[in-house]
Ligand binder design. Sequence first.
Ligand SMILES: [Zn+2]
Ligand SMILES: [Zn+2]
Length: 166
Amino acid sequence: MNILPIGEVDRVLLEMLQDRLSELPFKVSIIKKGAIIPEKSYNAKRDQYDCSHFLKLVHKYPGDKVLGIADVDLYVEPLNFVFGQAEMSGKAAVISLYRLKGEKELFESRTVKEAVHELGHTLGLGHCKDASCVMHFSNCLEETDIKGETLCEICGKELKNKTRFL
Ligand SMILES: [Zn+2]
Ligand SMILES: [Zn+2]
C-alpha cells in the first residue's frame, strides 16, 4: 500500500499515518516525490476541487492500493464536500485533510479514521450501520469523532474473508 501526497502535505502527518496504518494487512510506504494537484480539478465557482480528478491521478501510481492525501477542499457531485472517496474493491483512494483540522491528537485520529475508511472501501467493505465502526459513513466531523479507528466485529470478519487470498 502506497501513500501519495498530492500538493503540499505535512510530512510529519504522513509518517504518523504510515505508522498507524501498519495494522492493516499490508506494508505501507510513502511515495516521497508526491504529485501535484491536478490542474483541471479546480472549480472556481465552488472554490473547491473535484475529487474524481484526484482518484484518476492516484490510480496511475504503482501499488496494489494507493491512498492519495491532499490538503484542499474536495467535492463529488451532488455533495457539498467529501472527506474522501475510493474505488470500491479497487486500487485508488483519496482523503482530504482540509476539513479534519483540530487540536493535534484529534486531527491525527480523524486522519487515521478517514484513511482506514476509504481503504476499507478499496478492500470491498461497504458502509456499516454501527456508529462506532470506522466503516460508518460520516457526513460531518461529529460523526467522524464518534466512530473508532478500527472495524467493528462484523466488518472485521468480512475483511478477513475478503483478504484471505491476498
Ligand atoms: Zn464511505
Ligand atoms: Zn462495521
